[in-house]
Write a protein that binds this ligand. Structure first.
Ligand code: GLA
Length: 704
């Protein structure tokens, strides 16, 4: 288990470096990410290079038994770069420059930035690639974190090349973007601009490509550096730090080029859903590269500095949050940062070694955590072990949240709601792309899969045909990979599976207090419309209980499907609200509204509509929780034989579980947890076949 932090010794006088190594040893640190923002120190002018200090630090760490994840230091170009090469600066959508003075002030597509960054990486690689302390390479840092999109001239030129590469002919692009609309037909690629500030909505198909391009430019920067490291003979794992579900970068496309997935996660202590949201992020990190380890690359020991208010963690929360990562597959626990900064924007950010020193609650927590991690047994690298997969797709995210739709959809919020219902029930979930859905799973949930690629549609159909259970719902299967309607209406791909014919979206909204109009809606009118949409609800009756839906009450017609629940109010009263349909050996379910969730947190189902729907599909698919009957607030996850139980609630709880305490080796029959308490229990999974419909279908296919 790796344990450590970002280490920025260049921010400190040399006389603390020995102390740093000594205290790292005391805390159980075995690795640091070194020099992430050290470019200006390594290359103070274009022609001057200073590696002496870095040599000294690496040697000290090595002598102290601390491994180095060496940064390529390219995330913050030195002042001389911006002065000499202003064309490396990125621009906003009005074309105004982002200026230096912070960090990440580079245009990812700038050939000059890439040349300068590449030279830095080459020099670092040549010098340190064979140093025994260097066990990993950290490329850039949180690509795109602050700069979500760059509209500079460098981006314009690269975008034109990227489009030409994608479409070959401008006519193919015209088709893909539907440019006959609003006189947008292009005569050549050099007529195309980034979607800079325009009077009204940009072409949505072009926006989708723009987002693909943006993600690809960041990825190209990573790949350029990776290539240089490999050419220099790097044999260590190469990675960069992800930021969980980060909209600008399609991490599923990046994952094949990461030797390990590294993820940064900063749960907001003030967010009531922080446990759920962090669990999702960790499951995503694991699912991006099954069979490869993932590392929690940055978290905070206590408060951060970058939210409007920055409360500290509750006592015990550091261990509880860390345990959640280990439970969900992490092989390393790292922090931003080792020693708290004395100057700069992040001087109030917590660190492993606080400004107040070692006689602090933080230092106690850090050393306790180091000791507990060291005591853990070797843990297996998880593969695709969950019974349930939740589909989460970046291209769909970009497309479904484009403007000018029947209603606004917050895709991530919706996905998290569905995830939350499983999390609350202690059911383990993988987070996958539609094309990754296969018979490894018993149940697949695919919310709001507005953009459905042909390959994704085929994978879902195959999955159901093979005996799987699929649940999907509103705003699914509307457009193709170019954000265009397919011929023949909606649900063109999944309709046969679902046994449904789709007629209308039935957007729900309460009365609006704001004005209306065409063209530029005032900010007040936009807000009023959003408020009205949030008040729109519908009811449906499931198992004799009246439940609520929101967002839409779609008109769908059963074409073979069985109606499980019907709307009990509104214009669609009597029409299908929840349906199921046998298809091949499996079954496909559909909700025609978004069931309202009360936002259940870990530890037992809540009495909400979303949970009621989840309960129905869980029962139908034979999916089982990691541990049954969890008390409220308790989270459970399985990793091989290791069951981790975490009490996020405020009361002491007791859970029946046969196994061995993985830290002490003592046999247990029940686990008692104080608030924020964590237990790691070795408890092999029951071997009895759960006899899910999918397992039965597979068995009968094998026998026949
Ligand atoms: C990110 C960055 C770090 C630091 C932290 C602060 O994770 O990678 O450099 O800014 O945020 O929380």
């Amino acid at each position: 288990m790796l344990y450590g932090a970002d280490y920025n010794p260049d921010q400190w006088p040399e006389d603390v470096w020995d102390d740093d190594v000594r205290l790292m040893q005391e805390a159980g640190v075995n690795i640091v990410s070194l020099g992430i923002f050290a470019w200006s120190r390594i290359q103070p002018t274009e022609d001057a290079w200073d590696f002496a200090w870095l040599d000294a630090v690496i040697d000290k760490l090595h002598a102290g038994g601390i491994a180095v994840n060496l940064a390529t230091a390219t995330a913050s170009p030195p002042p001389w770069v911006s002065k000499t090469y202003p064309e490396t600066l990125p621009a906003n959508e009005s074309g105004a420059s982002y200026w230096p003075g912070s960090r990440q002030h580079f245009a990812p597509s700038s050939p000059i930035y890439r040349r300068l960054a590449g030279e830095l990486v080459r020099r670092l690689a040549e010098r340190y690639v064979h140093h025994p302390a260097v066990v990993m390479w950290h490329v850039g840092n949180e690509f795109g974190c602050h700069l979500w999109m760059d509209f500079s001239d460098a981006a314009r030129d690269a975008y034109r090349g990227w489009l030409e590469n994608r479409y070959a002919t401008v006519e193919a692009l015209n088709q893909a973007w539907g440019t006959s609309f609003w006189s947008q037909r292009y005569g050549s690629f050099d007529e195309i601009f980034p979607p800079r500030l325009a009077p009204y909505s940009h072409n949505p198909s072009s926006m989708l490509d723009w987002r693909r391009f943006t993600s690809d430019m960041l990825l190209e920067c990573y790949l350029m550096e990776r290539e240089i490291l490999l050419e220099a003979g790097a044999t260590q794992p190469i990675t960069t730090n992800f930021m969980g579900p980060f909209k600008p970068a399609d991490y599923r496309k990046w994952a094949p080029f990461m030797d390990v997935i590294a993820d940064d996660c900063y749960p907001d202590p003030a967010n009531p859903n922080r446990v759920r949201d962090a669990a999702f992020q960790r499951d995503l990190a694991r699912s991006l590269k099954p069979g490869a380890p993932w590392l929690l690359w940055e978290q905070a020991t206590d408060a951060v500095n970058w939210r409007p208010a920055n409360p500290g963690k509750r006592p015990g929360a550091l261990v509880a949050e860390t345990a959640q990562s280990i439970a969900r597959g992490a092989d390393g626990i790292m922090f931003f940062q080792w020693r708290q900064s004395r100057a700069g924007s992040e001087k109030f950010h917590s660190a492993m070694l606080p400004h107040a020193g070692t006689e602090t609650r933080t230092w106690d927590a850090v050393t306790e955590l180091g000791a507990r991690l060291a005591a853990l047994p070797e843990l297996p690298t998880p593969g695709r072990d969950a019974q349930v997969a939740l589909v989460f797709d970046w291209e769909n995210w970009w497309a479904v949240e484009e403007r000018d739709h029947p209603t606004e959809v917050d895709y991530l919020a919706l996905v998290l709601e569905w995830y939350g219902a499983f999390h609350a029930r202690g059911i383990q979930v993988d987070i996958v792309g539609p094309e990754e859905v296969d018979h490894a799973y018993d149940l697949v949930v695919a919310p709001a899969l507005y953009l459905l690629r042909d390959e994704g549609a085929s994978a879902l159909a195959r999955f159901v045909d093979d005996g799987g259970t699929l649940l999907t719902g509103p705003f699914t299967d509307i457009v193709d990979a170019h954000d265009q309607f397919r011929a023949g209406g909606f649900l063109t791909q999944l309709g046969p599976l679902l046994g449904l014919r789709f007629e209308d979206f039935g957007v729900l909204a309460g009365l609006s207090s704001g004005g209306s109009g065409v063209g530029a809606l005032s900010a007040d009118a936009v807000q009023a419309a959003r408020d009205a949409a949030s008040r729109g609800t519908v009811t449906f009756e499931l198992d004799g209980v009246e439940q609520s839906g929101r967002l839409v009450a779609e008109t769908v017609h059963a074409a073979g499907a069985t109606v499980v629940a019907a709307f009990s109010s509104g214009p669609q009263a009597g029409a299908p609200a929840l349906t199921r349909h046998r298809f091949g050996s499996g079954e496909a379910w559909y909700t025609a509204t978004q069931p309202v969730s009360n936002g259940a947190s870990a530890g037992g189902p809540s009495a909400d509509a979303l949970d009621a729907v989840v309960a129905a599909v869980v029962a139908a698919s034979g999916v089982r929780p990691v541990v049954a009957d969890l008390p409220a607030g308790v989270e459970a996850a399985r990793r091989g034989d290791l069951v981790t139980l975490i009490n996020h609630g405020d009361a002491r709880v007791e859970i029946a579980l046969d196994g061995t305490d993985a830290e002490t080796g003592v046999a247990v029959e029940r686990v008692v947890l104080d608030p924020q308490g964590v237990a790691f229990v070795s408890a092999p999974a029951a071997t009895s076949d759960p006899a899910t419909p999918r397992a039965r279908a597979t068995a009968s296919a094998t026998h026949s």
